[in-house]
Design a protein around this ligand. Structure first.
Ligand code: SB7
Ligand code: NI
Length: 187
């Protein structure tokens, strides 16, 4: 079972490397790891299990965050309209994106970062992602707003990019160009 002791922190160079493509079909071990990553997310969102094992709640997890430099991510969350997203994905790729951006009014956090880093993180408001799921099916997902933000946070981890890399250093709460807020005060 994956717990916080398995999660590498921001001082680990693996988080700043470009992760390797997974050869398809994925191995049994790679698929098991991806299932474990998804289980971490589900467990972390169950109050009883999370408090028993000291899990920080997470909506996504990328393989480099457990010390594995391979292009695999897991996501498990509901968007603001209540739509459930639960996927383990191999070699996810953003194949197109909007010009328009979006940002969470609360900023972002990361399981690999043990401190609050305030500021808006500009993301594309719409993306199309192609990936292979755990069963080996090719998927094409059209995502917007909150869902698009979560997927971009995870895919960034595969490219050695952290959420704080996107925050405006001069003015962390400057409204990004061409963007709309997501969260309490949206629309
Ligand atoms: C806020 C949090 C996340 C994504 C987008 C906005 C995920 C946090 C958990 N992770 O560290 C996953 O990489
Ligand atoms: Ni993260």
């Amino acid at each position: 079972m994956i717990t916080m002791k398995d999660i590498v922190r921001e001082d680990n160079p693996i988080l700043y490397k470009v992760a390797k493509e997974v050869d398809l079909p994925a191995s049994k071990k790679e698929k098991e790891t991806l299932k474990e990553m998804l289980t971490y997310l589900k467990n972390s969102q169950d109050d009883a299990i999370a408090s028993k094992y000291g899990l920080r709640p997470g909506v996504g997890l990328a393989a480099p965050q457990i010390g594995l430099s391979k292009r695999m991510i897991a996501v498990h969350f509901q968007d603001l309209d209540g739509r459930q997203y639960s996927y383990g994905l191999i070699n996810p790729k953003i194949v197109s994106h909007s010009v328009e951006k979006a940002f969470l009014t609360t900023g972002e956090g990361c399981l690999s970062v043990d401190r609050d880093i305030p500021g808006y993180v500009p993301r594309y408001s719409k993306i199309t992602v192609k990936a292979t799921d755990i069963e080996g099916n090719e998927l094409k997902l059209r995502l917007k707003d909150y869902a698009a933000i979560v997927f971009q946070h995870e895919i960034d981890h595969l490219n050695g990019v952290m959420f704080f890399d996107h925050i405006n250093k001069q003015d962390p709460f400057a409204i990004p160009e061409n963007s709309h807020p997501i969260g309490q005060d949206e629309e």
